[in-house]
Ligand binder design. Structure first.
Ligand code: DGP
Length: 114
């Protein structure tokens, strides 16, 4: 855990969140500022600042994050019609430096994204 990290505090339960999923390695909760009717953030319990900070040894964890997105999409009723996004780095829109996948759905999603 990183003591200064907002999402580590959410994992620890020190900051409340609307959790929709949890297993040994992964937690998912609703985004505080939803950009779609379904907007869930999927994060590892272990602190990793961004995708750039991951290495070969994190491949299994990254796979589990993506697999959790699939399960959450099914649970949320958006299977077959959702988007998974990772913003890596401030210039790409990352504002919280604990790696997370956004699962967005429940409305029509345009492409390309902004
Ligand atoms: P990003 O910009 O890709 O780093 O996404 C960070 C997201 O985190 C953003 O969509 C808003 C969300 N967020 C920020 N603070 C909180 C919080 O305290 N609780 C929850 N549930 N979401 C948060």
């Amino acid at each position: 855990m990183s003591e200064e990290c907002l999402f580590c505090k959410i994992v620890a339960g020190e900051i409340p969140s609307d959790r929709v999923w949890e297993d040994d390695d992964v937690v998912a909760f609703r985004d505080i500022s939803p950009q779609a009717p379904v907007h869930v953030l999927v994060i590892p319990k272990r602190h990793l600042a961004s995708l750039d900070e991951t290495a070969e040894g994190d491949a299994q964890l990254l796979g589990r994050l993506l697999g959790s997105c699939r399960s959450i999409a099914e649970q949320e009723g958006i299977a077959g019609a959702y988007r998974v996004v990772n913003n890596c780095g401030a210039a790409a829109g990352q504002s919280v430096f604990h790696i997370h996948l956004h699962v967005l759905g429940g409305r029509s999603l345009g492409w390309p994204p902004g």
